[in-house]
Design a protein around this ligand. Sequence first.
Ligand code: G
Ligand code: G
Ligand code: MN
Ligand code: NA
Length: 251
Amino acid sequence: NQIETDLRRAMEDGELRMYYQPIVSSKDHNLKCLEALMRWEHPERGFIPPSQFIPVAEEIGMINELGDWALQQVCKEAAGWPFELRVAVNVSAIQFAQDNFPQKVKEALREARMPPGRLELEITESVFVGDTGRTQEMFEDLKRIGVRLALDDFGTGYSSLSYLQKAPFDKIKIDQAFVRGATEKGNNNPAIMSAIVSLAESLGMETVAEGVETKDELTLVKERGASHVQGFIFSPAISHEELLERLESKE
Ligand code: G
Ligand code: G
Ligand code: MN
Ligand code: NA
């Protein structure tokens, strides 16, 4: 399989990179967290987006290796930042189902000397599908280590409110599908956003409005109470080098 060979080489030869997208506070637009997003610079095919290679890695059984690499890389990079900012890593349901996943997280933090509270794991509702009871234990193990948990892409999958009750999430990420079109007349998305925010608040969870691109969208998500904002209006994901330059210019 060509893509499998290519992915292996990509990991070994450093063709994979972590990029970082800012997540800011709604109130003052201060930088609070960076979401790590994987990028693949293929020597012949050029840039391959994660939406293309992550599902392949899941199918061919390489997502755990890729995920281990990402976790270690992000902890190493974030440990060296000039500010103690949080960093969020996407974790696929397959990775999350590994019995030794909490151990891997602990190890990556220890290796990098990263304080656990700076690491946030973004998981989607798909981790609850086919759950045999182990998921609950996994959450408890991770909370014991001291990392934060975020529920990603909320509202698009199998969204069951019982998931919110079952898991100790610190943050809910409101999917960008609710931001798109939200500023148009007669759109229901603002009402849905308000409902998600009030639910999250009553459970003591932060909220991030994802995919905010325009001023009108920013005004709207603030009106609707989202505590944090992420989107091209502030910045796309940038390389680690560019992030360091930006952070150092703030020192
Ligand atoms: O950055 P972009 O919007 O192209 O990302 C597309 C998708 O790929 C997102 O859903 C994101 O969660 C996923 N993704 C990006 N980086 C990683 C990663 O390191 N691990 C996993 N499991 N998914 C990732
Ligand atoms: O599924 P997940 O939330 O992990 O993926 C985040 C994805 O959203 C990344 O691929 C990122 O590049 C993309 N993204 C981030 N901000 C914006 C935005 O403002 N507009 C659009 N269209 N995509 C965005
Ligand atoms: Mn995410
Ligand atoms: Na998301």
